[in-house]
Design a binder for this molecule. Structure first.
Ligand SMILES: CSC[C@@H](O)[C@@H](O)C(=O)COP(=O)(O)O
Length: 368
C-alpha cells in the first residue's frame, strides 16, 4: 500500500541485504519508523513484543528470523535452535508454525553452506506469496461487498464493521479483512468502516484507523462494546475480520472480542465474514474452542495505556488501581456456526470442513 504516496510493505529486505527491516508497529500512529532486524534474537523479540504482529506478518518475520540465525551459524544445531526459539514467541497464530515448518523442510536437507542463500530466497518468496494471496482475497471479498451494495439499492454508504487490525500492517501487504475494503473503496463503492478500538492493545484505534486514513477510506473508531448497538439499529451491513488460526471445520480464533461481535451479528442477521490466507488453516484441529491455544499476555497491557499527551510527548499511564490483578486473554474462538462464510485466496466457502475441502480438494483424505 502507499504511505505518503510511496509504496510500502510491513517488512522488507534492508537495502544492504544484511538485515530485515520492519515497521515498528508499537510506535504507530504517533511515529512511522522502521526497526532493523539483524539477529535471531532481534527477530524473536520483534514478534514477542509485537513490534510486528498479525498472523501472516508473524510468519514472514519468522522466516527472515531463520535466515538471520543461519547467517551466524548454519549448522544443524543452530537451525533447530532457531526454529525452537521462533516457535516459542507467540502461541495462537498458526502461520508461525506453517512458515517454520516450510523453512525446515527446505533447509534441513541442504548442506550448511547452501542454507543461508536458500533461507533468504524462501523468506522473500513467503513475503511475495503473502502479497499475492491477499490481493486474491481482496478480489473475492470485493464480490461480497458489491453484492451487499446492490442489496442496499446503492443508497447511502456500505457500512462495514471490523475488529483488531487485519490490514496491510498485519500481513506483508494489502491485508486480509481490509483487502476487500480497499478494493471496494478503489472501485467507487462508498464504504464506511466502523473500527473497533480493540482493547487492550488498541490495534483498531491505532493501526486500522491509521491505515484506513492513509488510504482515504472513511471510518469511525468505536469502543469495543458499541458494535451490538449499531447492529440492532441497522447501522452495520456486514462484518469482516481476520483470523490467527482456522480449524479444519471452520472455527476461527481471532483477537479477543471477535466472538462477541459474531454473536451480535447472528442475533441481528448481519453477515459475518472471516478473511484468511490458506497458511492460517490448521488442518490438524477440528474443535477450535477446545483445541486452539489462546495466548495470555502480561496484565500491564491492560492496566497501562499509551498515548500522546497534549505536549506531543508519547507516554504510558496506569489506569487501574495499584494491586488489582488483570487477566489478559489475547484471542477468542468464534465457532463456525456463527461465521457466514470464509474468504480465502481460492474463493469464498461455507465455514465447514466440506466448505474448506471444496476450495482445497488436495486436503481430502489426507491424514490430519
Ligand atoms: C490478517 S491478520 C489476522 C489476525 O492476526 C488479526 O486479526 C489479529 O487478531 C492480530 O492479533 P495481534 O495480537 O495484533 O497479532
Amino acid at each position: 500500500m502507499k504511505v505518503h504516496g510511496k509504496p510500502m510493505r510491513s517488512i522488507w529486505l534492508a537495502p544492504d541485504a544484511q538485515a530485515a527491516e520492519a515497521i515498528d508497529q508499537t510506535r504507530l500512529p504517533h511515529a512511522l519508523v522502521s526497526v532493523r532486524l539483524t539477529t535471531l534474537d532481534e527477530a524473536a523479540h520483534a514478534i514477542r513484543s509485537m513490534l510486528v504482529r498479525g498472523a501472516p506478518l508473524i510468519g514472514a518475520t519468522a522466516a527472515y528470523g531463520v535466515w538471520l540465525a543461519l547467517r551466524a551459524d548454519a549448522s544443524d544445531g543452530a537451525l533447530e535452535h532457531a526454529l525452537a526459539v521462533l516457535r516459542g514467541t507467540r502461541p495462537t497464530a498458526v502461520n508461525l508454525h506453517w512458515a517454520l515448518d516450510d523453512m525446515r523442510q527446505l533447509l534441513a536437507p541442504l548442506p550448511p553452506a547452501e542454507r543461508v542463500a536458500a533461507a533468504l530466497r524462501r523468506a522473500e518468496a513467503i513475503s511475495d506469496e503473502d502479497v499475492a494471496i491477499n490481493r486474491a482475497i481482496g478480489a473475492h471479498g470485493l464480490k461480497l461487498l458489491e453484492d451487499a451494495w446492490m442489496r442496499k439499492g446503492r443508497q447511502g454508504r456500505l457500512e462495514v464493521l471490523t475488529h483488531c487490525n487485519a490490514g496491510w500492517l498485519a500481513t506483508v501487504d494489502f491485508g486480509t479483512a481490509l483487502s476487500p475494503i480497499y478494493q471496494a473503496h478503489d472501485a467507487g463503492i462508498p464504504v464506511h468502516v466502523w473500527v473497533d478500538e480493540t482493547r487492550p492493545r488498541n490495534q483498531g484505534a491505532q493501526l486500522t484507523a491509521w491505515e484506513l486514513g492513509q488510504h482515504g477510506v472513511p471510518h469511525t473508531v468505536i469502543a469495543d462494546n458499541v458494535g451490538g448497538h449499531l447492529m440492532q439499529h441497522g447501522q452495520v451491513d456486514l462484518c469482516i475480520v481476520g483470523t490467527d488460526r482456522t480449524t479444519a471445520q471452520g472455527d476461527v480464533a481471532n483477537k479477543i472480542g471477535t466472538y462477541l461481535k459474531a454473536l451480535a451479528a447472528k442475533d441481528n442477521g448481519v453477515p459475518f465474514y472471516v478473511a484468511l490466507p490458506s497458511p492460517t488453516i490448521d488442518w490438524t484441529l477440528r474443535d477450535g474452542v477446545r483445541e486452539i491455544p489462546i495466548e495470555q499476555r502480561d496484565g500491564t497491557e491492560l492496566s497501562d495505556v499509551t498515548g500522546r499527551l497534549a505536549s506531543g510527548e508519547v507516554a504510558t499511564v496506569r489506569i487501574t488501581p495499584e494491586g488489582s490483578p488483570a487477566a489478559n486473554y489475547a484471542f477468542d474462538v468464534t465457532p463456525a456456526r456463527l461465521v457466514t462464510a470464509l474468504i480465502t485466496e481460492r474463493g469464498v466457502c461455507p465455514a465447514s470442513h466440506d466448505g474448506l475441502l471444496s476450495l482445497f480438494p488436495e486436503r481430502r483424505g489426507r491424514a490430519e
